[in-house]
Design a protein around this ligand. Structure first.
Ligand code: KIV
Ligand code: ZN
Length: 505
């Protein structure tokens, strides 16, 4: 039977250290509850000595979630450890994660100490923590660059002192997968009491190898992986939870199983990206916008014949409704036929050939082949102006004030107005627009990008709406973020296939 692999999520500690990603306690609880629903085994909730806010977050997270073990980080310093223990007093299952640098760099240039003194601090820290909580994990910081013999001796000593999990971080993301796997194997073979502890991987992504190194660790005997959702974390990030979990699910030769509910991966990824203001790169494995989007003709034809021709993961397994066939100048007839059929225009044979010729010419000059462009190809267009356009917009809001908006849209030639309040001007505007359409749409992705620099810069807004399980992208660019957002939302609405349904008036 496959071994259990413990999934230790550090999104709220290593992930939250990233500049700009800081969350308040309320937001951290939302993330913690999402991680609990995802099925993580251990949730590293913070570094309590670092600030009163972090301390309080660990306290509140301990109250708000009950399934995962709640873990708090500390240095190998008694005060840190005591504060970590205090912050965990409401946790149903508590763990202290304490440790110290073990590489030559850290011992000499960071701690300005000696291997012997570091060893003593490590042992004392574990013994001190062991008296305060049921479970202690020891981290050997910068283990990836440490002398293996010294690493083995310190790991043996901390296990003897009471550590039940020993974390072997590649703190600087330096190792190659073979090297990292060899470190884990070396510990398995040379630490006499290693059977009394679980070995944990903790890999950083400076060379883009964090997932590969983590898997190499698992293949060599590690049974806990330390990961973050979307791979966020210091510098180039930590090992991404979704990549490791799906690699394990896709390869039965990796002899472990996780209890992650993979169907929640996409939703969790989006919650975290949104709350932490960390956009997900479109080509990010598993959760990127393009992870299940096919744009070249050969691939589209293959996917339409059988999804598995070009997909190793069923998108439903990670909570993505279905793969998307994106129309570009590289698309083939099969994709065009598929999209026209979705619009209610089945086209075949010679007619398809003809439409396809026109499609290629148009697609070469357009980045985005939406509903309007497709309809125009089969002579269904003929309206130059979009079905929905923004006629008037007015919004108000400021610090401590309730934001409000009034929007007038022309929908199919008829002017309609609505107003709404929201938690900010963008929210108020979107809510006003939504009142004017008879279509359930979910704003699923919202990215704002500055074009150049400066406070007078034009910003580009990209939105993705989901409707009936399908994604619709919209863009808007303006110097005013609220206006750009309204235009992006309307642009996406104009791509919904059934325009008759759009107006509820
Ligand atoms: O990368 C690292 O070494 C860490 C430790 C504090 C576990 O994050
Ligand atoms: Zn780290």
């Amino acid at each position: 039977m496959a071994d259990k692999l413990w999934v230790f999520d550090t999104t709220l500690r290593d992930g939250e250290q990233v500049p700009g990603c800081q969350l308040n306690t309320r937001e951290k609880i939302v993330v913690a509850q999402a991680l609990e629903a995802l099925g993580v085994d251990i949730l590293e909730a913070g570094f309590p000595i670092s600030s009163p806010g972090d301390f309080n977050s660990v306290v509140e997270i301990s109250k708000a979630v009950s399934e995962p073990i709640i873990c708090a980080l500390s240095r190998a310093v008694e005060k840190d450890i005591q504060v970590a223990a205090d912050s965990l007093r409401f946790a149903k299952k508590a763990r202290i994660h304490t440790g110290i640098g073990v590489s030559g760099y850290h011992i000499q240039h960071k701690l300005r100490s000696t291997p012997e003194a570091v060893m003593e601090r490590a042992i004392n820290a574990v013994k001190f923590a062991r008296n305060l909580v049921g479970e202690v994990e020891f981290y050997a910081e910068d283990a990836g660059r440490a002398d293996p013999e010294y690493l083995a001796s310190i790991i043996e000593a901390v296990i003897a002192a009471g550590a039940r999990v020993v974390n072997i971080p590649d703190t600087t993301g330096y190792c190659l997968p073979e090297q990292y796997g060899a470190i884990i194997r070396f510990l398995k073979e040379n630490v006499s009491n290693i059977d009394q502890a679980i070995i944990a991987t903790h890999c950083h992504n400076d060379l883009g190898l964090a997932t590969a190194n983590t898997l190499a660790g698992v293949m060599n005997g590690a049974r806990q992986v330390e990961v973050t959702v979307n791979g966020i974390g210091e510098r180039a990030g930590n090992t991404s939870l979704e990549e490791v979990v799906m690699a394990i699910k896709s390869h039965s030769e990796i002899p472990v199983v996780t209890q992650i509910n993979t169907k929640k991966i996409y939703e969790t990824s989006r919650i975290i990206s949104k709350l932490m203001n960390m956009p997900i790169q479109p080509n990010k494995a598993i959760v990127g916008r393009n992870a299940f989007a096919h744009s070249s003709g050969i691939h589209q034809d293959g996917v339409l014949k059988n999804r598995e021709n070009y997909e190793i993961i069923d998108p439903k397994d990670v909570g993505v409704e279905e793969s998307t066939i994106v129309l570009t100048a590289r698309s083939g007839r099969a994709a065009l036929k598929h999209h026209l059929a979705l619009l209610g225009f089945p086209v075949e044979g010679a007619e398809l050939d003809e439409v396809y010729e026109r499609f290629l010419v148009l697609a070469d000059s357009k980045r985005d082949m939406g509903r309007k462009e497709l309809l125009s190809l089969i002579g269904e267009h003929l309206e130059d102006s979009p079905f929905i356009s923004l006629e008037q917009i007015h919004y108000e809001g400021g610090e401590g004030e309730i934001a409000s908006a009034k929007v007038t849209l022309a929908i199919g030639g008829k002017n309609l107005s609505a107003d709404a309040v929201g938690n900010g001007p963008v929210d108020a505007v979107i809510k006003s627009i939504k009142q004017l359409i008879d279509h359930t749409v979910l704003l699923d992705e919202f990215l704002i990008q500055a074009m150049t620099k400066g406070s007078d810069d034009t910003c580009k807004v990209h939105m993705r709406l989901m409707s009936e399980g399908k994604p619709y992208h919209g863009f808007g660019s303006e110097t005013d973020i609220v206006l750009a957002s309204a235009k992006a939302f309307i642009d996406a609405l104009n791509k919904l296939p059934v325009k008759q349904k759009l107006s509820n008036n």
